[in-house]
Design a protein around this ligand. Structure first.
Ligand SMILES: *Cc1c(COP(=O)(O)O)cnc(C)c1O
Length: 639
């Protein structure tokens, strides 16, 4: 244990837990143990923990290099159980006479092992699948084995998509084709005529009620998806004219993802239940009401309606859904429908963790200020004075003086009045000022706004062995926050302040926004990096959307992934999915590695003939070239 520099009290794992808010976002799966490691409790019903640091060491010993995506199958099972139990409870609390039948939207994580586990763990609840495209329908049809399981078909559809869905009805599955556009009705009619099978149809209603935040435009009058009231009436009339109104069995809506506040969910439910009642009144035997996705994940643990959080929990959500539908049916004297929801993020976000290592740091060069000579340029003497005179009481004034002197120094340099050496001295003095001011600022209760930036200016850069574009694309694309913290050394005070830079040659390949109870932090508390010791960071709650949105920027490929399951004792590794090799990523961009080897060999031979390279050098070059083709795309120490 180390002493806290600020007040002399010992630093403890509990203080790390509080600092990284792990109880807020990690409960009940992630916590900090007495060794100062992150520990995982994959099945919260059992008092069994896996030490994440030990697990990573163990996986490394099996030859699995970092960055490594670890999936905990038992967490996935627990998420499915929680959602279904929340609806069961709400159904019994409200004495609702219908049932709940959830479906998993395949687009949120299409990985075969994940989808197969979802089908397996969902069996007790008849949990189904939702497809948003033709390829996803193919996955859903192959993966869902349960007779009677629901398959909901969303997304834009062509003839093949619709015919396949209609034909699969013959497999004892309920395959519902949800009309997203009025044009799909014509395709459905044509397919039904051609095949002589009556389809099960649904309509996606375009609600006026909007979601909140990033995906607010998934609903509303100008939304990309769904049918307007006029179009829904047209569907009813046209179905009736063909004596097919009995085919319309489902009403669907989806107001967007990560709905952080319960209010828009309630508003949407009110509108959707009205539409449901109206559909029934017009004679459509709608027996499924599908409330879409949107159930949010508390990424920052703040339990607020901030975009990275949510101000409600799964029980409140289920109760509001069941309650709203119950009330509408009671008022209209209707048979309660089967409730369907399409929660994706809330099912798969928690099950995976990306672990990667720090490979180096870059720090702001802070040293004590050295007094300039009496004849030095005035700007240097001013800057030194700002440093010398700064006290905790006048730090804001000292900051103004130092900042002004710095600006002057650069102007003088540009005009040729300051030499390169003098400019360098000005820079050193400025960093010395910032270092001293920051010490004062950290002791303040209320930090003036202009001084709040000092932490960021003085932050170290922690270079890490991973790619933001591959493993956390939403952090780059939409500023999504994921909890990030060291997975060990948590009994030691993290005295460093840093931002994270990845391996790509892209300045966007960085993370400089971190979860905080208040808003966001621009620097993360980290430990001083010792190049002779491993330093592992975890990026948590990244199981939803990140894998498939991840791209090959700089040709960093898929990471290694493992599925870890609790065994009777300890755990076992159920699946290992090796990450891409360099050969594989080269194939994606149409290179032929054999021809590349040939080309390099020819050039090496020519250089050898011309005496520009020696034979041992040729041999070494070719060995590196060929070995690299088989290697992992990330930095590695063992191959
Ligand atoms: C994306 C999507 C979902 C999943 O949303 P989450 O917010 O991940 O629960 C569900 N239904 C439809 C139609 C979707 O497009």
């Amino acid at each position: 244990m180390t002493k806290d520099l600020a007040n002399g009290e010992p630093w403890t794992p509990a203080r790390s837990a509080a600092l990284y808010q792990i109880d807020g976002w990690g409960e009940p799966y992630f916590s900090v143990n007495a060794q100062g490691h992150v520990q995982v409790r994959p099945d919260p019903r059992l008092d069994r923990h896996i030490d994440l640091f030990d697990l990573v060491e163990d996986l490394k010993a099996r030859g699995l290099a970092l960055p490594l995506l670890i999936r905990f199958s038992d967490i996935l099972a627990d998420r499915i159980r929680r959602l279904n139990e929340a609806f069961s409870k709400a159904i019994s609390d409200y004495n609702y006479s219908g049932v709940y039948r959830g479906v998993f939207p395949v687009k949120v994580n299409q990985q075969r092992h994940v989808v197969e586990e979802i089908v397996e763990f969902g069996r007790p609840w008849n949990y189904g699948l939702e497809a948003g495209s033709k390829p996803e329908l193919l996955i859903a049809l192959a993966a869902s084995q349960e007779p009677g399981a629901l398959i909901i078909c969303n997304g834009y559809k062509d003839e093949k998509y619709i015919e396949t869905a209609i034909l699969a009805k013959g497999f004892d599955k309920t395959v519902v084709i949800v009309l997203e556009r009025i044009e799909e009705l014509d395709i459905a009619f044509a397919a039904a005529d051609k095949l002589g099978i009556r389809p099960v149809l649904g309509v996606r209603a375009k609600l006026t009620a909007k979601g909140i935040g990033r995906w607010a435009d998934s609903a509303g009058d100008r939304a990309k998806f769904g049918l307007t009231a006029t179009e829904i009436v047209e569907v009813i009339d046209r179905l009736q004219a063909r004596d097919m109104l009995d085919c319309l069995q489902l009403l669907h809506f989806h107001i967007g993802s990560q709905i952080s506040s319960i209010r828009p969910i309630k508003t949407a439910l009110r509108e959707a239940t009205h539409i449901f009642v109206e559909l029934c009144r017009m004679g459509a035997p709608v027996k499924y009401l599908d409330v879409g996705g949107g159930l949010a994940v508390d990424y920052d643990g703040s339990k607020t309606d901030f975009h990275a959080s949510r101000n409600y929990d799964i029980h409140e959500y289920a109760a509001d859904v069941v309650g709203a539908i119950q009330e509408a049916c009671k008022d209209a004297n209707l048979e309660p429908p089967t409730i369907v929801s399409e929660s994706g993020r809330a099912i798969v976000a928690h099950q995976s963790v990306l672990v990667f290592e720090v490979v180096g740091t870059s720090e702001v060069p802070v040293a004590e200020a050295i007094a300039p000579t009496p004849t030095a340029n005035k700007v240097l003497r001013d800057m030194y004075e700002a440093w010398q005179n700064a006290t905790p009481q006048n730090v804001q004034e000292a900051w103004h003086d130092a900042a002004q002197a710095k600006e002057e120094a650069f102007t003088l340099f540009k005009l040729g009045y300051l030499s390169m050496r003098e400019r360098a001295e000005a820079e050193r003095l400025f960093w010395a000022c910032c270092g001293k001011f920051l010490r004062f600022v950290r002791g303040m209760k209320q930090v003036p706004e202009e001084l709040q930036d000092l932490e960021r200016i003085m932050a170290s850069i922690y270079y890490c062995n991973f790619s933001v574009f591959q493993s956390a694309p939403d952090s780059w694309a939409i500023d999504q926050l994921f909890p990030i913290m060291p997975i060990h050394r948590l009994s030691e005070e993290p005295v460093g302040r840093g931002t994270i830079a990845d391996l790509t040659c892209d300045s966007d390949g960085a993370i400089d926004k971190f979860i905080d109870v208040q808003d966001v932090k621009t620097v993360l508390e980290l430990h001083p990096f010792d190049p002779t010791q491993n330093y592992f960071l975890g990026l948590f709650l990244n199981g939803a959307y990140q894998e498939i949105l991840g791209d090959l920027h700089n040709l960093f490929g898929d990471t290694n992934a493992v599925h870890v399951q609790l065994g009777r004792e300890g755990y076992h590794v159920a699946h290992v999915v090796k990450g891409d090799s360099i050969t594989e990523v080269l194939h994606y961009v149409q290179y032929n590695p054999e021809m590349m080897v040939e080309s390099v060999r020819r050039q090496a031979e020519r250089a050898l003939r011309n005496g520009q390279i020696t034979l041992p050098q040729v041999r070494l070059l070719m060995r590196h070239y060929e070995d690299s083709l088989d290697a992992y795309t990330y930095l590695g120490d063992d191959d």
